[in-house]
Design a binder for this molecule. Structure first.
Ligand SMILES: [Zn+2]
Length: 342
């Protein structure tokens, strides 16, 4: 623990009695500062706060600290339920200039990695929307699972999912969203390689065409799950915002379409590489992170469709800003390597 963290702990320690009720505001204010979220974690772990979560609760991004009523636990409290979330190589991180080295020979991934798009049909994939995010699962739903080859080792594409705002911070700035392609090693399924791609919303294009394929499905799925009763009572022209009738009806037209998820990667192959963790519980520290330096763009409608899909009519699982993003975690001396993919 360095001196800055120690002083932060003392500062937070003084207000422990109120911490449960102000944790949301306090954490969000400091969310871009690594050491403060670490200090908050440590302070909470040593407090006798009356609202400690227990195993019967689930995790969320909601900082309201009312899990005794709703059973949901905010990111700063995940460590109570999942000890690995308090580990020393957690993700995401702030990829700050002073921890980036361009000497890629030292990196876990030392050079080019190769994509194989496999053979997957849009309608065969598994789609899940649970109020915390969207997940599109490939592994087990494709004729041939897409893969990337890293340092000669093959990793299968398990799924991709989205966060908004971005989880990784690059040079101090958040992006509108971040897509995570989660891969597992064909030789050791516990070894993960996650490729992160930043997403910006821009109004000067029609959006990312590959993204559109999945967005149509996801809007349909999330609408069906969240608004089933309303849909039954409402005709198609009055579908809720998350499921515009044009999106739902066009799903069947694209059903037999082949997909290439890797076409959602940027043209520029420069990436950041570091060792980290899952950014959601159980926060397992088994991830080799590959964060693409350049992002992609989507249309405002596409971004809004995703964010609207996170809204729960009863109790939001996202934070007060509608985000499903874990704040940056302490780097604890880790370096980030910048590499160029040939
Ligand atoms: Zn993720």
């Amino acid at each position: 623990m360095n001196s800055h963290v120690a002083s932060s702990t003392k500062k937070f320690g003084a207000g422990l009695a109120l911490l449960c009720f102000v944790a949301g505001a306090a954490l969000f204010s400091f969310r871009s500062v690594d050491s403060s979220s670490d200090a908050l974690n440590r302070a909470l772990m040593t407090s006798d706060c009356s609202c400690k979560p227990t195993a019967e609760f689930d995790w969320s991004y909601n900082y309201e600290c009312n899990y005794e009523e709703h059973g949901q636990v905010a990111p700063d409290m995940w460590g109570y339920l999942y000890p690995d979330c308090l580990g020393v190589r957690q993700s995401p991180i702030n990829i700050a200039r002073d921890i980036v080295t361009t000497d890629c020979t030292l990196a876990p991934v030392t050079g080019a990695f190769v994509f194989d798009m496999g053979m997957c049909m849009l309608d065969d994939l598994d789609y899940k929307a649970d109020g915390k995010g969207w997940t599109v699962t490939f592994d087990g739903y494709c004729q041939t699972t897409p893969t990337i080859t890293i340092n000669g080792a093959v990793f299968n594409l398990l799924q991709f999912h989205l966060h908004s705002v971005s989880e990784h911070v690059i040079g101090g700035g958040y992006y509108d969203a971040e897509i995570h392609f989660v891969h597992y090693s064909a030789l050791d399924p516990t070894s993960l390689a996650v490729v992160g791609v930043m997403i910006s919303s821009t109004s000067d294009n029609i959006g990312n065409l590959e993204f559109t394929k999945y967005a149509e499905h996801m809007a349909y799925v999330s609408g069906k799950q969240k608004y089933a009763s309303e849909i039954m009572e409402t005709d198609a022209t009055m579908a809720p915002a998350a499921t515009p009738s044009s999106m739902a009806s066009s799903t069947s037209m694209s059903a037999m379409e082949q997909v290439n998820p890797y076409s959602m990667l940027p043209a520029d192959g420069t990436y950041y590489n570091y060792l980290g963790s899952l950014t959601t519980p159980p926060c397992s520290e088994t991830v080799t992170w590959i964060v693409m330096k350049e992002g992609i763009t989507v249309s405002p409608d596409q971004l809004e469709a995703f964010r609207a899909g996170l809204m729960d009519p009863e109790f939001p699982l996202v934070d007060n800003y509608g985000n499903n993003a874990r704040p940056p975690q302490p780097t604890n001396g880790r370096m980030v390597y910048q590499c160029v993919m040939a």
